[in-house]
Design a protein around this ligand. Sequence first.
Ligand SMILES: [Zn+2]
Ligand SMILES: [Zn+2]
Length: 278
Amino acid sequence: MRLGIHIPLKGGFPANLMRVKEYGCETIQLFAGNPTGWKMAPPNLPEIEKRVALAREQSIYPLVIHCAYLVNLATTSPEFYEKSVRLLNDTMERASLHRAPFVVLHTGNHGGAGVERGLNQIIRTISGIYPEWPGGVKLLLENTAGSGTALGSSFEELARVLQAFPAGTLGVCLDTAHGWAAGYDFGSADGVKELLERFDKIIGLEKLCLLHLNDSRVGRGSRVDRHEHIGRGRIGLEGFRELLRQPWPEEMPAILETPEIGSDWDRQNLETLRRLLE
Ligand SMILES: [Zn+2]
Ligand SMILES: [Zn+2]
């Protein structure tokens, strides 16, 4: 397992990478552009090559790109739909330039159209665009907390989308805070064992490509997305210990998206995880 952290845009890539390297980071996640904007600036190729070289030199891998939050493949608005598809395609291209094998996407919001219509629209959309995506980059659907009309909070909904594609086309990013908010018991050793068995049965553990390790500020099943520092929230250390001690593939990335990213909390949260792995 390779532990890492989401790095902020603020401060720049090289400084952030060197900072988290000092904490013992082995992998990082980043936004390819403004996470709350529709437009991605044209790629600065020399800058990207420098990033790739620095990450390689510091043995930080894999690089994971997180899609902008605005992308919603299940939207009912034609305007947002068109923008979402364009930005997702641009993000896949940008990930390829970064030699990032994974792009993380929140599954989407159906906006009142209903779960079935939403999931079908996502499947139809990805079917139409994935053949054009660059090789070597896989789209990972992230489980959601299930607030409002969010899709993908259950393993069943994620499986519906994944099963519509040939094996290896899509993967899953499993976020502990979102799963907890959606009702999965990440808080106890038995709960973690049981939910991983369910994941394996419904989706298949071989499709799990990335973990997002976040504690939660809210109660289990509250369907609210509030991240907390590891061991400081309602999930607690017991569940994280069990999760980390599973027989994961050696290079399985596990990335923190805890509050106050960029502060000394990054070091503290990583230390907590490393202690649990010992
Ligand atoms: Zn996440
Ligand atoms: Zn979240």
